[in-house]
Every structure is written in structure tokens, then in C-alpha cells.
Design a protein around this ligand. Structure first.
Ligand SMILES: Cc1cc2nc3c(=O)[nH]c(=O)nc-3n(C[C@H](O)[C@H](O)[C@H](O)COP(=O)(O)O)c2cc1C
Length: 183
């Protein structure tokens, strides 16, 4: 029997008062019912990552981040839209890990914003291409107007469950295929 993949659900916002935790927890609840992989929430905020190149690189958070990304076979990025792009904290987290730690791994993207975070997600796709991360097509987009109450309490419409299922199916199959390449 093939070993289960380790899949990180990466919270892309570190902002005080962020909603990304709620979105990530919802995804994790769906993931945990699947029994096909080991899923965990990976919170960039917990690593206190310095901005790339601003320190001597000896912060313990950097070493922990490297270890965490190394341990993961695939990712689900929870992406907020900030000024039509992805949050700087997420971009920095992608930049500070050695590029090879991302190579030949799979990813899914879920995003939110006034237009479902679509611009931030497309921004992220280009970055993932550069990092040799294979991002799957299915992309659940959550509207701040209809999938949140008062822009702050996550109440996703029912249709998103099906999209998340498809995302997890694809991330698992591509993740397994790419793991074979890495091995
Ligand atoms: C600096 C900043 C810029 C933003 N720019 C956009 C934007 O361009 N498009 C959009 O749809 N929402 C934008 N928003 C709204 C965010 O998508 C919304 O606040 C969301 O809750 C942020 O995710 P978070 O709470 O997990 O940090 C912006 C929010 C911030 C803080």
C-alpha cells in the first residue's frame, strides 16, 4: 500500500484579525474526513520569518520553516487578496525557503476576496510555476460578500464542498505522482 502523503494547508495571511484561520480550519475539517492523506494546518505566523535577506538567517523560525516545507509532499494554499496580489507574508514564506524544497510537489489554491481572491490566486500560480510546484486547476473562490457574514465570519455556500473535494482529489493524485519523481 502506498504511504499517505503529508499535505500542509498553509495559512497565507499573518494579519491581526485575519479570517484565514477560519477558512483553513474549514478545509481541514473536510480533509480529515477523507482518510487519504495526513493533513495539517501550517501557520506562517507561528514561524516569525524575517524578510528575505534582512538578517543573518540564523532565526530558529527559518530552520523550522525549512524543516516543515521539507516534510510536506503537497500544499493547499489559503490565499487572501491584498491589493490585487497575494499577501507579502506568503510571498516571503515562499522566497525564504530554499527553492528545491518546493520542487516537484503539488498544490491546490483556495482564495477569498471581493472577487473571490482570483487575482491573488493567479499571481500565486506564476510564482508556483517558477518553484516547480504543480498547481491543480480546481480553485475554490470565496466571496467576501456571500461566503462571509459581515466580511468576518466564514459561512461558505454549499457548492464549495464539492470544489474542495475535487481539489483534494487532484492534489492527492498529482502529489503521489510527483513523490515518485522525487524518490
Ligand atoms: C492591505 C489590504 C489590501 C486589500 N486589497 C484587496 C484587494 O485588492 N482585493 C480584494 O478583493 N480584497 C482586498 N482586501 C480585503 C481582504 O481580501 C480581506 O480583508 C480579507 O479578509 C483579508 O484576508 P485575511 O483576513 O485572512 O488577512 C485587502 C485587505 C488588506 C488588509
Amino acid at each position: 500500500m502506498t504511504e499517505k502523503l503529508n499535505i500542509g494547508i498553509i495559512l497565507g495571511s499573518t494579519r491581526e484579525g485575519r479570517v484565514s484561520e477560519q477558512v483553513g480550519e474549514w478545509a481541514k475539517q473536510i480533509a480529515d474526513q477523507r482518510n487519504d492523506a495526513t493533513y495539517e494546518i501550517v501557520d506562517i505566523a507561528e514561524y516569525n520569518l524575517p524578510f528575505l535577506g534582512t538578517t543573518d538567517g540564523t532565526e530558529p523560525g527559518l530552520a523550522k520553516w525549512t524543516e516543515k516545507i521539507n516534510s510536506l509532499d503537497a500544499f493547499v494554499f489559503v490565499v487572501a487578496e491584498y491589493n490585487h496580489g497575494l499577501p507579502a507574508a506568503l510571498k516571503n514564506a515562499l522566497d525564504v525557503a530554499a527553492p528545491t524544497l518546493w520542487h516537484n510537489k503539488a498544490a491546490g489554491i483556495m482564495s477569498y476576496g471581493s472577487t473571490g481572491g482570483a487575482r491573488a490566486a493567479e499571481h500565486l500560480r506564476g510564482i508556483l510555476g517558477e518553484l516547480f510546484v504543480a498547481d491543480v486547476r480546481t480553485h475554490p473562490t470565496f466571496s467576501l460578500f456571500t461566503d462571509f457574514e459581515n466580511f468576518s465570519t466564514f459561512k461558505p455556500a454549499d457548492l464549495h464542498f464539492e470544489n474542495m473535494t475535487s481539489l483534494f482529489d487532484q492534489v492527492n493524485s498529482w502529489g503521489k505522482a510527483l513523490k515518485a519523481i522525487r524518490n
